[in-house]
Design a protein around this ligand. Structure first.
Ligand code: SF4
Ligand code: SF4
Length: 153
């Protein structure tokens, strides 16, 4: 069991999660996309060679305060159109698309939000609780740091 503590840095949390979980890339955790910080929005826009305002209006939605800040964005959810049986009929992150082998895959994987990197399906309840508490504080602090950068349009 991984214990996430409030004093942990993002690097420490990332290391703990990576060392203690494995992923079979089924895409199911992309049914609940996580919050994206302003810098992460810009990184995805640059990766997709898309104007940030287009990304914001067509691909992202407000989190409505989930994660602690009403200005935090997250990817829209859209009906899954790929081949995976476990995802059929479900709504998934707009960036999840089947790869050329027909496996669900993050189309912005290289620049996916930090919180996406911490999502694992086999977390113990204690780990999940710790991660939720930690992530609220992480978003709060990061949004405070990025507050002046202006991505509200
Ligand atoms: S950005 Fe990528 S990793 Fe994150 S929820 Fe969407 S598809 Fe999944
Ligand atoms: S963490 Fe779990 S749910 Fe998410 S893609 Fe990997 S195996 Fe699937």
């Amino acid at each position: 069991m991984v214990i996430i503590e409030m004093k942990d840095t993002p690097q420490e949390v990332y290391r703990k999660m990576q060392e203690n979980h494995s992923c079979r890339s089924c895409g199911q955790c992309c049914v609940n996309p996580m919050g994206m910080l302003p810098d992460e929005v810009m990184a995805v826009a640059a990766f997709l060679k898309m104007d940030a305002s287009k990304l914001l209006s067509e691909y992202l939605v407000d989190t409505g305060g989930r994660g602690g800040d009403p200005l935090l964005k997250r990817p829209k959810k859209v009906p899954y159109e790929g081949k995976s049986g476990v995802l059929k009929g479900r709504k998934v992150c707009v960036f999840l698309q089947d790869d050329e082998d027909g496996n669900p895959s993050c189309s912005v994987y290289r620049v996916r939000p930090f919180m996406c990197r911490l999502q694992f399906c086999n977390m113990s309840p204690e780990t999940r609780d710790g991660l939720i508490k930690w992530s609220r504080e992480y978003y709060r602090k990061e949004m405070q740091n990025d507050g002046d950068r202006g991505l509200q349009q």
